[in-house]
Ligand binder design. Structure first.
Ligand code: NAP
Length: 253
């Protein structure tokens, strides 16, 4: 059942993981969805899942950290799917390392994709939202925003996204635009699989160990996060803005 207006959403990093689950979820709620990722070939599966269920979707190649690519991608979405008034800044990468081993490139890549990427995408979409008198922005933060060993770059980016979100809420509220952040804990995706490899553990053992420390005694799945994002993007959530929602199976210390 469609529970929302037929608006256009962009989900970045939607070829797989949390982004793919979010794109599918927003489409199921009646949004036309731009499935944006570095290479549009990798977006095909997400687009097919959406169209097979009767939804509308478009695969779009874009590096969110590149101004020219972001401008072109948002213009293409507006022309082919309609003005984007829902934006989920989800694209992300890890370059984990202890501080003394962290290279300039490790720092710059993570800050560029997460923080600069969210800034560029939001700046490119905001005029469409202002024109529509409606907008929903959701930024993917993380429990790592509270600090996490080996993730100085990622923690800084994810904490930065919380300040970015609150500022957007204050600047854009008068145009009918809300901005919120979803901060997942451990979600089973290729990203956490990569972390398991880094620490030299099998993914199943890594998940089991993580689950033991989570109050609901399981790790998250992408759909757990997609549900929280869907709430913030709904028409009914218009009075909820500038919030950070931890989706982590329990409270965090
Ligand atoms: P994922 O499986 O690694 O997926 C990330 C996606 O982003 C990939 O498809 C990747 O494309 C794409 N991407 C990377 N750089 C990009 C760029 N410059 N422009 C466009 N797309 C780009 O990650 P995930 O676990 O679903 O995480 C999604 C978001 O949730 C991230 O922001 C992450 O930091 C956040 N998060 C995840 C967890 C977790 O436990 N999984 C916890 C907290 C927060 P390629 O495959 O081509 O690189």
């Amino acid at each position: 059942m469609s529970t929302t207006e037929p608006r256009t959403a962009i989900v970045t990093g939607a070829a797989r993981g949390i982004g793919a689950a979010t794109a599918v979820r927003l489409a199921a709620e009646g949004r036309a969805v731009a499935v944006l990722d570095l290479d549009e070939k990798n977006c095909r599966e997400t687009v097919e899942r959406i169209t097979a269920a009767g939804g509308r979707a478009l695969a779009v190649s874009c590096d969110v950290s590149d101004t020219g690519q972001v401008t072109a991608a948002v213009a293409r979405v507006a022309a082919e799917l309609g003005p984007p008034t829902v934006l989920v800044n989800n694209a992300g990468v890890l370059r984990d390392n202890l501080l003394f081993k962290m290279s300039d490139a490790d720092w710059d890549t993570v800050l560029n994709v997460h923080l600069r990427g969210a800034f560029l995408m939001t700046r490119a979409c905001q005029s469409h939202m202002v024109d529509a008198g409606f907008g929903r922005i959701v930024n993917l933060s993380s429990s790592s925003a509270l600090g996490n060993r080996g993730q100085a770059n990622y923690a800084a980016a994810k904490a930065g996204l919380q300040g970015f979100t609150k500022t957007l809420a204050k600047e854009l509220g008068k145009f009918g635009i809300t901005a919120n952040a979803v901060a997942p804990g451990f979600i089973a995706t290729e990203m956490t699989e990569q972390t398991a490899q880094r620490v030299g553990m099998g993914f199943e053992d890594f998940k089991k160990a993580a689950a033991a420390a989570i109050p609901v005694q399981r790790v998250g799945v992408p759909e757990d996060v997609a549900g929280a994002i869907a709430y913030f993007t709904a028409e009914e959530a218009g009075f909820v803005s500038g919030q950070v929602l931890y989706v982590a199976g329990g409270p965090l210390d």
